[in-house]
Design a protein around this ligand. Structure first.
Ligand code: CTP
Ligand code: MG
Length: 190
């Protein structure tokens, strides 16, 4: 394996995962009033809580997908066959959509688990807060586009891309949340 292959795998790992990274930050900006669980409880505790709203879900998925389509459009001019790793059109549009939707579904699963554990909205859950959306994005994408997912994040230099995502996500997550906190958009800096 050559050093350039390793570098490409590192950059591609994050680049191709951008449609999954963006929705979380966008959800903070789009976060509306109506909670996804409509305020309902299950066994005495909120199903998801007030931190998961329809506005955040729809705005977040739309932002991630829209951004992904822009990346696909740009890469078309340079690499009309593989679109810099997103793969052939129109499947690549499906891929950026499942990355964006899966990311926020994973975030909702994380919130569901936090509520079951009796944790309040915004309470810190190390590990879960950083990886729930990564797991959601990867699982949903792997379900609908297994060949793309396996060749991008598992086989060959794919594992390097996967490890890059797993290492960089907590760092990015933390940085973005501190920015959101300073902007007054987020109640906690995590
Ligand atoms: N948000 C939203 N809808 C979503 C996801 C996020 O409106 N589907 C908004 C909410 O305003 C939320 C903020 O983005 O408070 C930050 O998201 P996150 O950190 O995931 O939520 P928390 O407030 O920490 O709540 P939880 O404990 O349920 O994770
Ligand atoms: Mg949180």
């Amino acid at each position: 394996m050559e050093i350039t292959e390793v570098l490409v795998a590192i950059v591609l790992g994050i680049y191709l995962f951008l449609p999954a990274l963006l929705p979380n930050s966008a959800a903070v900006l789009f976060g509306g009033k109506t909670p996804i669980d409509f305020g309902k409880t299950w066994r005495g505790k909120r199903i998801l809580g007030d931190g998961k709203t329809w506005g955040g879900l729809i705005g977040g998925v739309a932002t991630g997908t829209f951004f992904g389509i822009i990346l696909i459009a740009i890469s078309y001019f340079f690499d009309p066959v593989d679109f810099w790793g997103y793969g052939a059109f129109p499947q690549n549009v499906g891929i950026v959509f499942t990355l964006a939707l899966g990311s926020l579904l994973g975030d909702m699963c994380g919130a569901f688990i936090k509520r079951r554990l009796g944790m309040e909205r915004g309470q810190k859950a190390p590990g879960l807060d950083q990886y729930d959306f990564v797991a959601g994005a990867m699982l949903l994408t792997c379900l609908f586009f297994p060949d793309w997912f396996i060749s991008t994040y598992i086989t060959g230099t794919g594992l390097i891309s996967l490890v890059t995502v797993l290492i960089l996500v907590p760092v990015l997550h933390r940085s973005v949340n501190i920015i959101g906190f300073k902007m007054g958009k987020k109640k906690e800096p995590w």
